[in-house]
Design a protein around this ligand. Structure first.
Ligand code: CDP
Ligand code: MG
Length: 144
């Protein structure tokens, strides 16, 4: 059970195990990292993201040079989408994921251990409460 202390900020974060995580058969290990960090899996499903959904999810990046390759990558195979919940879930998730560029991510982080580079980086995690709310609604279509 999660220890919920009064002054801890209970949050939700939308996590995606990207296609390379499934292909490398490390999805179970990645899920364990979130559980071991004290987060609870509140929702989980396996889907294949189409270009429309990918474009909506990553709309903040639509003008970036990497947008096309990002969409191609995220749509290249099935993914696991999760809502994790717990104290400081957004920051904690991003800490255990490591920085965006897997080559710069320390070993012991998810990206450091399982990612390839700055694009193929095995996981997504929401970057703010506002993003988490939008992303949970986008993928699970329900009130936050
Ligand atoms: O995922 P994160 O929030 O760490 O990074 P982002 O800056 O929001 O970028 C979203 C995703 O775009 C990354 O996770 C990478 O898969 C991809 N990306 C890329 O292909 N090339 C970059 N220079 C930056 C990000
Ligand atoms: Mg981001």
């Amino acid at each position: 059970m999660i220890q919920i202390s009064k002054n801890k900020n209970i949050e939700k974060s939308l996590i995606i195990i990207k296609p390379d995580g499934i292909q490398k058969r490390v999805a179970g290990k990645i899920i364990s990292r979130f559980e071991d960090a004290g987060l609870e899996i509140e929702r989980m499903k396996m889907i294949r993201i189409d270009e429309e959904l990918a474009g909506e999810h990553y709309k903040e990046h639509r003008k970036k040079s990497f947008f096309g390759s990002l969409l191609k990558y995220i749509c290249s195979g099935p993914v696991i989408i999760m809502v994790v919940r717990g104290p400081e879930a957004i920051l904690k998730s991003r800490e255990i994921m490591g920085p965006t560029d897997s080559r710069k991510a320390p070993s012991g982080t998810i990206r450091g251990d399982f990612g390839e580079d700055i694009t193929v980086n095995v996981v997504h995690g929401s970057d703010s409460p506002r993003s988490a709310e939008r992303e949970v609604r986008l993928f699970f279509g329900e009130n936050f």
